[in-house]
Design a protein. Structure first.
Length: 385
């Protein structure tokens, strides 16, 4: 008897799930991937676009090129999710599966702060990264601000990576001495979920490069004319160049379904990624997994990739009338690009008790090269390679 798996989202988690399922399942089993765009952008490389070490075409691929043969791709908008029936509505058409995997990620909501996008650069998008590069190319000095609007966002290293890479780029252009760089963060510490040792190490990197850091500061409004940020504590900051991490929210189709929790994100079993509905899973940024320290598991592609293999393995086992045994153990790693051809690496067990056990390897050329290799392997994705 054949089966059908429907995978919503063609990001890292969705593509990895589909390819692993195709490898493990019968050719008679259908695997359908749904995404609203037919082009995959490799998000970990967006900051390289922002500082000119990648062109946009180098970090994009057609989704179909990244999927193994025998996987169906549907380009369309997810309008409704019925988890009890394992059914979805895509552009008015209803699809029903034997397994449903939600890998829709997080939606970016810069409009939460009016006029923010008008004057700042959202480097979590390809367009924003490109525009940041254009402004950096003509920047002749002044005040650079890297801003996080909310304390929770995907890729916790990104704003710190952005500041370090901007510092490196301005040094190469010879305008760093005429510039200040400040990170104004809504969160209490850099990469706080990794623990105080990692936070302190990142603070040290910033201090070494004369990058100021202001934590626990929430922006409430932007004045594009005066180039002024106003904060909830009554303070303000001026800028000449602004790069920001926008607020995130769960996609509307998820928030409106029975899957979304109080915050809109999908609660899952931390080991199997299964939701409260049988054979319905959520992985990556859309899933929420509380940790022992009271914070959720960070939203990062490395976790989505690992979770995808667990989910695919267990779905295939069920379809092959075997016992599902794969579990996600909370281990993960995150590169932190610092410029000068070097990168640091934070890695460890985020399921550690009584708190995550994570360490930061200092920056090196080897770690930067490791990220380059990861990028190349992902964007090639040879069939069954």
């Amino acid at each position: 008897m054949s089966h059908t798996a429907i995978i919503l989202g063609a990001g890292i988690g969705g593509i990895a799930t589909a390819n692993e399922l195709r490898r493990r399942c019968s050719r008679d089993d259908r695997i359908i991937v749904v995404d609203r765009t037919a082009t995959h952008v490799f998000a970990p490389s967006l900051l390289w676009v922002a500082v000119g070490t990648r062109r946009p075409d180098q970090i994009q691929r057609p989704v179909r090129r990244l999927l193994h043969p025998g996987i169906e791709f549907v380009e369309g908008t997810v309008e409704h999710i019925d988890p009890s029936a394992r059914a979805v509505t895509i552009n008015g058409k209803r699809l029903v599966g034997d397994a449903l995997v939600i890998a829709l990620g997080a939606e970016l909501m810069p409009e939460t702060i009016p006029r923010l996008s008008r004057i700042g650069h959202n480097f979590y998008t390809l367009v924003g990264a490109q525009r940041l590069r254009e402004d950096l190319d003509i920047f002749e000095g002044g005040d650079v601000v890297v801003l996080t609007v909310d304390p929770m966002y995907k890729c916790p290293a990104a704003p710190y990576e952005a500041a370090l890479l901007i510092d490196d780029y301005l040094r190469k252009r010879g305008v760093r001495t005429q510039s200040t760089i400040t990170i104004i963060a809504a969160e209490a510490a850099p990469m706080g979920v990794a623990g105080p040792a990692v936070s302190d190490a990142v603070k040290g990197m910033l201090a070494d490069r004369r990058i100021a850091y202001t934590p626990n500061t929430r922006v409430v409004s932007v004045d594009p004319t005066a180039r002024l940020l106003a904060f909830s504590d009554g303070t303000s900051a001026s800028f000449d160049l602004l790069a920001f991490v926008p607020p995130h929210r769960a996609p509307e189709a998820v928030a409106d379904s029975e899957l979304g929790g109080d915050t809109g994100w999908i609660p899952v079993d931390r080991a199997t990624l299964e939701t409260k509905f049988d054979s319905v899973y959520a992985i990556g940024d859309i899933a929420t997994i509380p940790l022992s320290i009271g914070k959720p598991l960070p939203k990062a592609g490395v976790f989505a990739d690992a979770q995808a293999h667990v989910v695919a393995s267990n779905i295939a086992a069920l379809w092959n009338q075997q016992s599902p045994t794969a579990t996600f153990d909370g281990h993960g790693a995150c590169f932190l690009e610092v410029g000068r051809g070097r990168a640091a690496l934070g890695s460890g067990n985020f399921y550690g008790e009584p708190r995550p056990v994570v360490a930061l390897k200092p920056p090196s050329f080897l770690l930067h090269f490791a990220k380059v290799i990861f990028e190349r392997r992902w964007l090639k994705r040879p069939p069954f390679g």
